[in-house]
Design a protein around this ligand. Structure first.
Ligand code: AMP
Length: 211
């Protein structure tokens, strides 16, 4: 199955997409995670994406993001399906993707700005592997504020400041939300209540893709 997880930053796309990918045995592809990993590895593209765009709450230009996703979707493991998380985020990206792959379902995680701000402020990231944890809900780190795998101190990212979160929400409404209409017209959109607890949300997602 070819699936997209859609929604505001902080809606829970990463957590839900990872779980579903594991269950369906297909790769989970997050453009945000790819940019972060490239940044933590001090890769040139990662540093540019971070310094010029995502530390300010802005989107990385379509040309860079599309090239990145094209390479990833050309890898063999995507042949039996994939889950995209955080891509596409613009109409240009959605039309670019439509030329590469057909989609089975687009899952829209619906959540209020208030919940998003609370969730993002509670997030912590491993500066080595890029794994994301939460201090207020699952997945919480097992011990103190350490990465379960790398055992090093988790950090608060610079795009987690309240003013930056507000900027990201503004960008979402202006540039990303219109992509929903695009998928609504294609008849592949499923809406999920993302204010719910993680497990209940997951059950609704599984039900929606089986319907
Ligand atoms: P995320 O973790 O998905 O919220 O992504 C973190 C940041 O990476 C975003 O705020 C953007 O700056 C950048 N990014 C991730 N995915 C995309 C995309 N599809 N298009 C443009 N920028 C992106």
């Amino acid at each position: 199955m070819n699936i997209i997880f859609f929604g505001k930053p902080g809606a829970g796309k990463g957590t839900q997409a990872k779980r579903l990918a594991k269950e369906l045995k297909i790769p989970h592809i997050s453009t945000g995670e790819m940019f972060r990993k490239a940044y933590f590895k001090k890769d040139k593209l990662g540093i540019k994406a971070h310094d010029k765009y995502f530390s300010k709450g802005e989107l990385v230009p379509d040309s860079i993001t599309n090239e990145l996703i094209k390479k990833r979707l050309n890898e063999k493991d995507t042949k039996k399906g994939f889950i995209l998380d955080g891509y596409p985020r613009t109409i240009k990206q959605a039309t670019y993707l439509s030329k590469m792959k057909d989609l089975d379902v687009v899952i829209d995680l619906n959540v209020s700005d208030k919940t998003v701000i609370r969730r993002i402020l509670g997030r912590r990231t491993c500066p080595k592997c890029g794994r994301i944890y939460s201090l207020i809900e699952d997945p919480k780190p097992k011990k103190d504020e350490l990465c379960d795998v790398c055992k090093i101190k988790l950090i608060k990212r610079d795009d987690q400041e309240k003013s930056i979160i507000k900027e990201r929400l503004k960008v979402y409404k202006k540039v990303t939300a219109p992509v929903l209409k695009y998928y609504l017209k294609k008849g592949v959109l499923k809406k999920i209540d993302a204010e719910q607890r993680i497990d209940k949300m997951y059950k609704d997602i599984v039900k929606s893709i089986n319907n």
